[in-house]
Ligand binder design. Structure first.
Ligand SMILES: [Zn+2]
Length: 310
């Protein structure tokens, strides 16, 4: 009998079986968005059964927002329905304890138990993917919040009077500039201030600012394009403000960074943060590094949650 870990993402669901030593087997599927709110739990149950018919306990790391009291995902902008039940359907199906946490909260726990944060009790996990999120452990306590939505750092306000709206509707949030989905819009604003034509980025976009993607920016920056490097540094300056806010608020010893944008472009994300963070931080700076657990950090956290449940 194994423990089961589930990572519910906007586009992918990952399920793994494992034990104290780590993950044994893992399967990944595209999230079922076509069968209403019950499509997701049904898919998860089917995936779990492929690995284990009698799990000892189940841990879930999930996109938010969560309603921990109900064990549900609620009002998420990522799905076309309002509430997705998670805990109850799994508990009914397998008759075991099911524990759920926000994905980045699970991430920081995964880092603490299996990753770079072993033996570290003041730890922060930060993810850069389509959106931006964080999880915090302070003095060995996992910060959860009343509904399970503590540490939503992607929605820290950088510019209160900004005309740049976040996906959540608020002006000037960190994620509105530096979430993978929003980087192209921010890039267009930066590039409009100067002449970016003639370089590699312009070539990759055939001179059309609307064709800019985060991938093209990082690709051009990796190959030394000046305009792209300028955008990457501006993104990094805002990231440094956000990271400094984290340092000032949580006083971590270690910040690990994950998420597809950071994992695909580790140097281009990390270096500007390290270059600019001191300017905005009053607390002693922590070590800042990319997570060694890669794309499985949330899954490791979910496994740690399952182990805690027994
Ligand atoms: Zn927001």
């Amino acid at each position: 009998m194994s423990f089961i870990a589930v990572d519910i993402g906007a586009t992918k669901i990952r399920v793994a079986s494992g034990n104290r030593g780590g993950i044994d087997e893992k399967i990944v599927e595209t999230t079922d968005r076509a069968n209403g709110p019950n499509g997701v739990p049904t898919q998860i149950i089917r995936m779990i059964r492929r690995l284990e018919d009698s799990p000892r306990a189940i841990g879930v790391g999930s996109i938010g927002p969560l309603d921990l009291g109900k064990g549900m995902i609620t009002n998420t902008p990522n799905y076309p329905f309002n509430e997705i039940p998670v805990v109850e359907p799994l508990r009914e199906e397998f008759a075991v304890t099911v524990r759920i946490a926000n994905d980045c909260t699970a991430g920081v726990l995964g880092e603490h138990v299996y990753g770079a944060g072993r033996g570290v009790y003041n730890l922060f996990y930060l993810t850069f993917s389509t959106g931006l999120g964080g999880g915090a452990m302070v003095d060995g306590h996992l910060l959860v919040g009343k509904d399970g939505n503590a540490v939503e750092v992607g929605h820290l306000t950088i510019h209160p009077d900004s005309e740049v709206l976040c996906g959540c509707g608020c002006p000037g949030h960190w994620e509105a500039y530096c979430g993978g989905m929003n980087i192209p819009r921010f890039a267009r604003t930066i590039l409009r201030r100067g002449n970016w034509q003639g370089g590699l980025l312009a070539e990759l976009c055939s001179g059309d600012a609307e064709a800019i993607t985060a991938e093209k920016i990082f690709d051009a920056a990796n190959r030394g394009d000046e305009a792209a490097l300028h955008v990457v540094d501006e993104v990094g300056r805002i990231n440094a403000v956000g990271v400094a806010d984290i340092v000032n608020a949580f006083d971590p010893e270690l910040i690990t960074i994950g998420g597809s944008v950071a994992l695909n472009n580790p140097e281009l994300i990390l270096k500007p943060i390290q270059r600019h963070v001191a300017r905005h931080a009053i607390n002693r700076l922590p070590e800042i590094r990319i997570t060694p657990l890669g794309g499985d950090v949330v899954l490791y956290g979910a496994l740690a949650l399952a182990l805690k449940a027994e």
